[in-house]
Design a protein around this ligand. Sequence first.
Ligand code: C5P
Length: 241
Amino acid sequence: MSDERLIVALDFNKFSDVKNLINELGDDVVFYKVGMELFYSEGEKVVYWLKEQNKKVFLDLKLCDIPNTVAGGLCSLMKLGADILNVHAVGGFEMMEAGILSLRAESERLQIPCPKLIAITVLTSMDQSDWDGLGYGNIDMTQQALHLAKLAQFAGLDGVVSSPQEAKAIRQECGKDFLIVTPGIRPIGSDIDDQSRVSLPSYAIENGSNYLVVGRPIRSAENPLQAARNILEEIKNVGNV
Ligand code: C5P
C-alpha cells in the first residue's frame, strides 16, 4: 500500500542508514525528504540514488539569501532531479519570484522537468513565545503564516510548508491547487521531540495538507515499516477540506 502523501524525512548523516531505511520501508513509501544534515554530509549522490530507486525527492534545503543568489542556487539544485525544492518565505517576494522564474526558464532551456517550489512559512518547532522573541512586534504567529503563504502564492510559488494547525486557513485563502506540506506530524503515542505545533496525520489531511512530512515517528520506531503503515492506514480514507 503506497500513498504519495506520506513523505519520510531522511534525517541521517550516513548513506548506509538511508539505504537501510529505504530497504526496510520498501514499496510502501515512495516519497522521501533529504534535508541539510544528509545533504551536507553525503551530498548529491543521495538524491541521484533515490531517483534511481524510483523514489520522489523533496530536497529540503530552505534557501534564504538575496534574490540572485537564491535563483542561482535553485537552478543548480534543479539539475539533481528533485521533485520539490524550497525557500524561506521571509526572504521576501522578490527572492521567491526570482527563484521560481529562474527555475522555469532554466528548465525550459535545459529541457528538464521543473521541480515544484514551495516556501517555509513559520517553522513547526516555533511556539508563540519563540515567535514573540523574534521581535516582529504584536503579530500573531498564525496570521503571519497565512500572510507568508499568500505572499508565496502571489510570487508564483507552488505551495508552502506550514504547521498542520495553519493548513485549514491557508487552504481556504489560497485555494485547492496550492500545495500544503505539513511537518510536525505526531501519531498517537509518539514523542513531540523539538516540535511545537504538532497534529495527528488524519487531522493534517482533513485540514488541507497534501503531504505529511514524518521523521522521528517512523525513523525512531521499533518497527519503522509498521509505523509507516499505521500512518498510511490512518489517512487511507481521509480527504482534504
Ligand atoms: O522528526 P520530525 O517528524 O519532527 O521531522 C520533521 C522534518 O521536517 C525535519 O526534517 C524538519 O527539518 C522538517 N521541517 C519541519 N518544520 C518545517 C520545515 C521542515 O519540521 N517548518
